[in-house]
Design a protein around this ligand. Structure first.
Ligand SMILES: [Zn+2]
Length: 680
């Protein structure tokens, strides 16, 4: 739930597979695209996604331990096995104390030792719970909140360290709304039956957690209502995720003294003192002032005993997955089963690998890169990025709706993009992190505390531009507006995105569309508000700004009309940036593909033209399906449209797609040229 500065290809990063060793495929009959995988009972112009992916989806039902599944979620399983090997061999290596190998190995050992975990029960976290019980004043409450925030357990509200939106050279603290137990504010208010059920389930879950902690049923029930009551008030004061898309809406820089005046019941010197943050030389950003004003009121209106109940639940919920089985299963039952429709918990080893990846991922990344990253892939990706950047420049210069002065600024921004591919030049230094064999949950807490401290310590220091926001084993990519950089971890450079043996059409439609997507984030509804230096600074003329908004609104309306569930449609405003990035990204990838020799040669493969193969390459990266609850969660909280609409909602705006497949007025997806979106 933490605000991320990085605009991702997917919302939830996950780890990936080996991409190095594809030798087994190097046979003469190797086909980078198998034409028999197409569902020829569907007309490409009626449902392009179905035409490309129906057969894949039928052959790949969603596994019981997942809420959604897709072609590149599959990469996950291979890679988890690979990381498991790294962890296991580290645990047997008898490594010297203090080395990454020792830490990684001990993390694994404690995570897999279910006997010790069962025996310990909640003993390891008992001191933290006692600490909450000892709260006697509102200053104590602020101090305890800070202690939890140092462990990234964001009860009451959140904080976040990042570059100042208006001065990207300065790293500052932002104060954020947060502290809700349900995934988003809308979960507290939507009136439909499913949402009412989720609220009932949430209260039952909180009650169960207190009973596991030893409370009697009546007390547990009362505690659950107390928490729901507090969170309802916090949710009401929370900004919607759509409003938060406007950078100016969440930028309110002020001194701590002014923040203190705004919220007199919250003692910030106690809070920041306990958080142990460096001095705030230039102030802080209070992202949602209205939320903090409400919190200020709740500090007085909610009794301290109720706050203790609230903090206890959030601390235990945050650590449940690393405690004994009863807590693990209670956490799974609500967060995975009830909220996302997942039937079965993942095997223990997978959960531990994922936790290790989350906690100490860069310590695993070094080994991953050695085993899985091919210099060949990097070279090809470098070339493609260069070509796609060139194509973006061509497109910008050709735009018939943009003035020359705005074009000049856009080109300036494009030329100053930083590109990172593969893995960081400098690996994270974990030497100050203590990991041992005493308790799994404490290893997790210590790792998260280490990460939090690492971030807090950045305040007031120069920006480290070599840092990565993702591990190399993550199948994802991002754009960071403050650094104006696009980043592609090693793990995304594998099929279905990238295949060294495939024709350019498939690679430009795959990884090319991903590269184009990240570049276009620098020019989507949010990214275009940042300049070449990464500062929030309007470089558009007012007329061009108006024209962009009009064009973007076509995309909003288009996606608002897609309704994956009876009761719920895509939120065109929430998903606007991603939809623009998909559309712009595919457009410039195509433009770059047109410059290749292969495109010019026009050779048909298996009866499919190069133009068609480009769109097939794009369509198949989103092969996949959702459980109903997972779809609901995605539509309410995720800025990405579900895969089916990422494909159909994108190609339907592209004249090149109509030409490639000969789509005419009678096709179900047909949009008249004047109704199509046209931006980049
Ligand atoms: Zn994106």
């Amino acid at each position: 739930m933490r605000k991320s500065a990085l605009w991702l290809l997917l919302a939830v990063p996950f780890v990936a597979a080996s991409c190095g060793d594809k030798k087994q495929d190097a046979k003469s009959d190797y086909k980078a695209f198998d034409v028999s995988s197409l569902d020829t009972t569907v007309n490409p112009g009626d449902d392009f996604f179905g035409f490309v992916n129906n057969k894949w989806i039928a052959a790949h039902p969603i596994p019981a331990d997942k809420g959604k599944y897709g072609a590149f979620y599959m990469l996950d399983d291979n890679s988890l096995s690979m990381l498991r090997n790294t962890l296991e061999s580290a645990s047997k290596a008898k490594a010297q104390k203090g080395t990454n190998t020792q830490k990684v190995g001990d993390f694994w050992v404690t995570g897999m030792d279910t006997v010790a975990i069962e025996k310990a029960g909640i003993t390891p976290i008992k001191p933290y719970l006692d600490n909450i019980q000892a709260i006697q004043s509102s200053d104590d409450l602020m101090r305890t909140a800070a202690q939890m925030h140092r462990m990234y357990t964001f009860a009451m509200f959140m904080n976040w360290v990042g570059q100042d939106d208006k001065n990207s050279a300065d790293v500052i603290m932002s104060m954020w709304q947060g502290g809700l137990g349900l995934p988003d504010r809308e979960y507290y208010f939507l009136p439909d039956a499913r949402m009412q059920q989720i609220r009932t389930d949430y209260i039952a879950h909180v009650k169960n957690v207190f009973m596991l902690l030893g409370a009697d049923e009546a007390t547990a029930q009362k505690n659950a209502s107390t928490i729901m009551n507090i969170e309802m008030q916090m949710a009401k004061a929370s900004m919607t995720n759509t409003d938060m898309r406007v950078p100016e809406n969440i930028y309110h820089k002020m001194s701590v003294a002014d923040f203190q005046k705004m919220t007199p019941n919250m003692n910030w010197s106690v809070y920041f003192g306990e958080l142990k943050t460096p001095e705030f030389k230039t102030g802080i950003n209070v992202a949602q002032p209205e939320f903090f004003k409400t919190m200020n009121g709740l500090m007085k209106s909610v009794p301290l005993d109720d706050w203790k109940v609230y903090l206890t639940y959030h601390f235990v919920d945050g650590t449940s997955e690393f405690l004994n089985d009863a807590f693990v299963m209670e956490h799974f039952d609500f967060h995975s089963k009830k909220l996302n429709g997942i039937e079965q918990i993942k095997p223990r080893w997978k959960r531990v690998v994922e936790t290790a990846d989350f906690c100490i991922g860069e310590a695993l990344g070094e080994e991953y890169v050695k085993q899985a990253f091919s210099p060949e892939a990097k070279k090809r990706a470098d070339e493609m990025v260069a070509n796609i950047k060139t194509a973006m420049g061509v497109r910008i210069n050709q735009l018939d709706w943009m003035s020359d002065s705005t074009k000049m600024q856009a080109i300036k921004k494009l030329n100053s993009f930083t590109v990172k591919i593969g893995y960081p030049d400098k690996w994270r230094d974990y030497s100050a992190l203590e990991i041992d064999r005493s308790a799994y949950v404490l290893n997790v807490i210590h790792a998260v505390e280490f990460e939090a401290k690492r971030n807090y310590d950045k305040i007031g220091k120069p920006v480290d531009k070599t840092e990565w926001g993702m591990t190399p084993q993550t199948v994802n990519a991002y754009y960071n507006p403050s650094n104006n950089e696009i980043v592609f971890p090693a793990a995304i450079l594998q099929a279905p995105f990238f295949d060294a043996q495939a024709d350019d059409a498939l690679n430009y439609g795959g990884i090319g569309a991903v590269i184009g997507h990240e570049i276009t984030h620098g020019f989507d509804d949010q990214g275009r508000q940042y300049d070449a230096k990464g500062n929030l600074n309007m470089w558009w003329t007012p007329e061009d700004n108006e024209k962009f908004m009009t064009r973007a609104n076509v995309v909003v309306t288009q996606f608002n009309s897609y309704c994956p569930l009876d009761s719920l449609c895509i939120n065109g405003q929430l998903t606007l940036g991603e939809n623009i990035a998909d559309f712009g990204g595919l457009t410039i990838a195509y433009e770059a593909y047109k410059m290749t020799d292969e495109y010019k040669a026009g050779k048909t493969i298996d009866g499919i033209t190069p133009q068609q193969r480009f769109f097939l390459g794009f369509g198949r990266i989103w092969a996949g399906s959702y459980r109903e609850d997972a779809m609901r969660a995605q539509l309410l909280t995720n800025p990405h449209s579900p895969g089916e609409w990422r494909v159909n909602g994108t190609v339907v705006n592209m004249p090149e797609w109509y030409d490639a497949w000969g789509i005419k007025e009678d096709a179900a997806m047909y949009l008249a040229p004047e109704s199509r979106a046209k931006i980049w």
